[in-house]
Design a binder for this molecule. Structure first.
Ligand SMILES: Nc1nc2c(c(=O)[nH]1)N[C@H]1C(S)=C(S)[C@@H](COP(=O)(O)O)O[C@H]1N2
Ligand SMILES: [Mo]
Length: 514
């Protein structure tokens, strides 16, 4: 009984610590909460293979899994600390403080960490240690008067104290949540009220027929709500559009600039369809999407700031974009300034960027994987060199440069589908951004390649739908697809994993025709 109560007091102390930390984090900033801070520190230190495993198996839920894992571990330790406090009251409380120190170090050690980020963990740990000290005190036999209640300790006293601590902590936690959402409400209002400018240069018309209209085929434009999301943010940054600024500075910048969103949007917006792809996308994977972006040409801004690309004698060959959450993304200056539509985007499919996709402004560069081009929640652009600086993912063994590799994906039929014998449309999408797709071929069971019908192209930065009418015969069959890009290169059959610069190989699907 005493042991059970000791375990319970550990759990309540842990709960108090987290709840009070949540309240403090609401005042400091949400990212500084201990669970988020430790989770982010884990993400920062996750080896690429494990990160890819998590993205692959949990998808966008990888972060939820991580936070639940941390909470489960904390719960176990809370029980242990509660039991420890039964032996050594002081040692138990000291152990809680050690956990607080871990949270504090994790929070301050983040790329954008400040000393004040330690506060939530420290305050929370003090509260947790105090609660444990008080509760475990109730579990010791009453010494005075020699009058021992049955069971060796004051049960009523314990239950009352535990109840008070639990309720007070819940109150603190809820208040913290309220405060956080009040702070975020400002950013949400700034997004709701944002009026996007009309494009001075509208997107070229999408040719009729770009959408083949086949069941099971990915739509030509990926709706925002279905657009894949890949980032390291445990708490989605909610930036107030009015307070947002972008700074451009560094090597070869003769006229550094700082821009507000209003100034950026007043520069004459261009609208372009650009297909985004993640380097963590396996052959046949889901981390690719096509959207209509609204923004300004980054190259124009850079020229005005005095930047010249290396091919014109510029000193900086790398552009490092920094986000409000400390992500760093390094892009070749030459690519940004070679005439392609590299954008600082504020609109996505007709609305302001969703918070999850980088509100208020992100980068989009056709032809480069997201981790070397597509910085969300951007706040700073520094011109430097690849020799002088390695960005976030490069420090974690991904390549410095990573153009998107040519890929074709079979969307329908689905793996292990059982279509009826007869004509079965085999269809999907193919992409080779900034080179374009010129041919897609399909083969069955390793037989001859059949040319697929390509939907009319919407430009070389955009994926293309394709279909091949398959005269399917009963039995189990393997379908394979390969694409050829605008430079005439056909996708290699050689299978390679995503690390360090993107997967290769042909997508294949096994189906059972009935
Ligand atoms: N701030 C920030 N920007 C980021 C990332 C990130 O983790 N943090 N991830 C990058 C990666 S790896 C990709 S593939 C794209 C994904 O953009 P999306 O989530 O809008 O699809 O964003 C890029 N920009
Ligand atoms: Mo990515």
């Amino acid at each position: 009984m005493r042991a059970a109560c000791a375990a319970l007091s550990g759990v309540i102390a842990g709960f108090s610590a987290l709840a009070v930390a949540e309240l403090a984090a609401a005042v400091v900033r949400p990212e500084a909460g201990p669970v988020t801070a430790v989770g982010s520190a884990v993400i920062d230190r996750t080896p690429p293979a494990l990160k890819d495993f998590a993205v692959r198996n949990f998808g966008t839920n990888d972060k939820l899994v991580l936070e639940l894992g941390i909470l489960a571990i904390l719960a176990l330790f809370a029980v242990a600390v509660g039991l420890l406090a039964l032996r050594h009251r002081i040692a138990g409380s000291a152990a809680v403080l050690v956990f607080g120190a871990v949270g504090a170090v994790a929070a301050v050690g983040r790329p954008e960490g400040r000393v004040s980020d330690a506060l939530p963990s420290v305050v929370g740990a003090l509260a947790g240690a105090g609660v444990l000290y008080l509760l475990s005190g109730r579990l010791y036999p009453a010494r005075s008067y020699g009058e021992r209640p049955a069971g060796g300790f004051d049960r009523r006293g314990f239950v009352v104290a535990a109840g008070v601590a639990a309720v007070a902590s819940a109150g603190a936690g809820l208040l913290g949540r309220r405060l956080t959402s009040a702070v975020q409400a400002g950013a949400e209002a700034s997004r709701r009220d944002l009026k996007l400018p009309a494009p001075a240069s509208p997107a070229p018309a999408v040719p009729a027929g770009a959408e083949l209209g086949i069941r099971g085929l990915s739509p030509f434009v990926t709706p925002n709500k279905d657009f894949y999301r890949v980032d390291t943010a445990l708490v989605v940054p909610r930036v107030d559009a009015g307070a947002w600024r972008l700074r451009i500075h560094g090597k070869g910048v003769s006229r550094p600039v700082t821009l507000s969103l209003r100034e950026l949007m007043g520069r004459g917006a261009v609208e372009r369809d650009i297909t985004l792809t993640c380097v963590s996308n396996e052959v046949g994977g889901p981390y690719v999407g096509n959207a209509r972006w609204l923004g300004v040409r980054l190259a124009d801004l850079l020229r005005e700031a005095g930047v010249r690309p290396p091919s014109e004698g510029g000193r900086a060959d790398q552009l490092v974009a920094r986000s409000v959450d400390g992500m760093t993304i390094g892009t070749p200056v030459e690519d940004v300034m070679d005439g392609r539509e590299a954008l600082l985007a504020f609109g996505m499919n007709g609305e302001p960027l969703p918070f999850t996709h980088g509100f208020p402004v992100r980068m989009v560069v056709p032809g480069l994987y997201g981790y070397v081009s597509a910085c969300k929640w951007i706040k700073d652009i520094e011109l430097t060199t690849f020799d002088a600086y390695d960005a976030y993912w490069v420090k974690r063994s991904w390549s410095r440069r990573a153009p998107i590799k040519t890929q074709a994906r079979i969307d329908t039929p689905r793996p292990f589908a059982s279509p009826k014998a007869g004509t079965v449309p085999v269809a999907g999408v193919a992409w080779a951004q900034h080179r374009g797709i010129t041919r897609v071929e399909v083969r069955v069971d390793g037989g001859p390649w059949h040319p697929a019908r390509l939907a009319p192209g919407a430009g070389r930065d955009v994926w293309r739908q394709w279909v091949w009418e398959w005269p399917a015969t009963p039995g189990s069959h393997t379908l394979e697809v390969r694409a050829t890009d605008g430079a005439g290169a056909t996708q290699t059959a050689r299978r390679a994993g995503t690390v360090p610069d993107g997967a290769t190989g042909w997508h294949s699907v096994v189906v059972d025709v009935t």
